[in-house]
Design a protein around this ligand. Sequence first.
Ligand code: MN
Length: 209
Amino acid sequence: MSLSRYHQKRNFKKTAEPIGKINRKKSSKLLFVIQKHAASHLHYDLRLELAGVLKSWAVPKGPSLDPSIKRLAMHVEDHPLDYGTFEGIIPQGEYGGGTVMLWDKGEWVPQDEDPIKAYKNGNLTFIIKGKKLQGKWKLIRLKTDEKAWLFMKLNDDYAKSQKKYDVTLREPNSVKSKKTLDAIAESSRHVWGKQGLETTKKTKVKKKS
Ligand code: MN
């Protein structure tokens, strides 16, 4: 587990994203995050804490609560745990330039006896305890492509028909600030200066009260 690819892709003098480091905390709760990311194409970044980093997948269509729908999830580089609270702007011209919204956040509970082994085998089963996503989910790696996985809801009380309930349309806004992507882009315009994430945090605390 290493963040070297995460660091290679970013200029931290220009982006407010956290530098981050591998963080082996003692708490047994594992962070679950989905960030809605308006970059060159809108997508949803699913992140699951595993072995001190956030394992990350870019899901172009976002999650579906419908067990008959499997969403393509492209594995991307590991992100630092700090990234799990990031909402704001990545400057244009930087890697992933655009607006990042914290779309859902909570914990995930592995249902495999050894989640690291299950991850390496490309077949993870887990419960999500988020604000928007809950219940049992699965990630399966395709045999044809190392990077391509499928993210899908399993059948339980939290499953819903996509036709009746499209979670990305019904719940479009930030779980952290309740803002839309446009509002985050507006309010964060002054933030992506030299102070980066520190300034972002202060601005948000003020706006909430
Ligand atoms: Mn992304």
